[in-house]
Design a protein around this ligand. Structure first.
Ligand code: HEC
Length: 145
């Protein structure tokens, strides 16, 4: 009899837990699908100000051809940092609440990586790195708004 009671209790506990999980899953269905990435405003802004910082640094480091050549390691560091912050914005690769970001992120990353490759080559080519701020236009329009 005692054995039966234990069985009954553990069964109802298990049933309770599983219906709880069901409820959570059902609730998520009506809020966000499980394959959705939410980007907070704060995160987006912080990412953007980091991008702005690095592209400004690039401009300073590449003010003249001579400086550009000497500053090659720093130029590469800033390009890598820009790549990294854009990756961090959405590590999942799932659609986010910012369709503009979703649509243009991979083009932006592609430009940054092409610039990195060109700077890493021997002899280096800095043309793409110098034009990286133009990649902001994927999302910001051609006037850099
Ligand atoms: C993949 C899309 C995308 C790219 C590429 C991009 N941005 Fe943005 N940026 C956004 C979105 C979305 C916002 C927020 C909405 C808006 O203001 O247009 C934003 C806002 C900003 C802001 C304002 C942040 C605030 O506090 O409101 C700055 C500054 C900025 N971006 C700088 C840059 C710079 C500099 C680059 C290029 C190095 C860049 N962005 C590239 C999508 C992008």
């Amino acid at each position: 009899m005692k054995k039966y009671l234990v069985l009954l209790i553990s069964c109802s506990l298990a049933a309770g837990a599983s219906s709880c999980a069901d409820f959570g899953a059902r609730l998520r269905q009506y809020t966000y699908p499980p394959t959705f990435h939410y980007i907070t405003n704060e995160q987006l802004k912080s990412t953007m100000w980091q991008l702005a910082y690095h592209s400004r640094e690039l401009r300073v480091l590449m003010a003249s051809p001579e400086e550009t050549a000497v500053n090659r390691p720093e130029v590469l560091q800033h390009l890598r940092a820009m790549e990294q912050v854009m990756i961090e914005l959405n590590r999942t690769g799932w659609p986010s609440n910012h369709p503009l970001v979703d649509a243009n992120r991979s083009n932006f990353l592609q430009d940054i990586r092409t610039a990195q490759d060109a700077v890493s080559r021997d002899p280096p080519n800095f043309f793409r790195a110098g034009a990286v701020s133009g990649a902001c236009a994927y999302c910001h329009g051609s006037r850099g708004a």
